[in-house]
Ligand binder design. Sequence first.
Ligand code: PHE
Length: 341
Amino acid sequence: MMKDKLKKIKEEAISNINSLDSLDNLERIRVKYVGKKGELTSVLRGMGKLSKEERPIVGQLANDIRQEIEEELSIAKDKLKEKIKEEKIEKEKIDITITKKTRKLGHRHPLLATIEELENLFISMGFSVIDGPEIETVEYNFDALNSPENHPSRDLSDTFYITEDILLRTHTSPVQIRAMKQMKPPIKIVSAGRTFRFDDVDDTHSPMFHQLEGLVIDENVTMANLMHTIDVFIKELFGKDMETRFRPHHFPFTEPSAEVDVSCFECKGKGCPICNGTGWSMELLGCGMVHPKVLENCGIDSEKYSGFAFGMGIDRITMVKHGIDNIRLLFENDNRFLEQF
Ligand code: PHE
């Protein structure tokens, strides 16, 4: 009877152990079968009823069974611990092969691309690139550049004044003044950036636009140097077959002054409807020999030194280069437009 009971306990215990899934349950099983108040103990308590001969046999069997159950528990415990460890490792594993969401890389705005191309060209010709502020003094923007008090460009209706003495620069030419005041000749710089004029927006005008200024000051600099520099630059930028034409003009800060035309980009000088049959594309840049008064304003001896300056519209050059017919497109930042470059 008792032997059967013991065997049944053992079978039950082993089958329970085999289906264990947690350490908590394992402890519960241990207490249930081999704990102080467990089933095995309670069977042993009833041994008093057995005969003398049976007692040691049943006792031995009970001990064997206890040992067996304890061994099984210990094996199960090890297995469970191993299983928990593996689950933890699996859960904490970092999958380094995972693909992350890629962000689309942009590219330079066509205006910036033009600026960088121009700067690199001038760097290759020995110029340095410098910066100047967009908010300027009236003195640097006009006075030091020899612009008379009554010059139309100084009018309130043409220029964005911030105070009586401070304005948004109307051209990059004040950078000339800054360069000449800060550096000693020989000076050879270019400077590109935003400029501002009180213009209504149309296909070719914007109150904010871009210029690139150039300045060369040294001994014995002549108009021939200016014309050659511009000619080389235009040929590098637009192609060897492009010609330059210098038309007399007036700027307060250069004397003599000229405006430069280049061969029509469409017909390369033959004459077509776009250039009205002239073969020339008009007014790409303004230039001239730096006025002696401007040199003196900056503390440079105009007897010893001379120089030339030029200024060009970067928006215009960008539009001509890419066949863009509306300046607004450059500032609207519509991706459908920008992605074409
Ligand atoms: N600053 C002039 C303009 O904005 C261009 C220029 C620059 C002319 C340098 C001569 C010399 O029109």
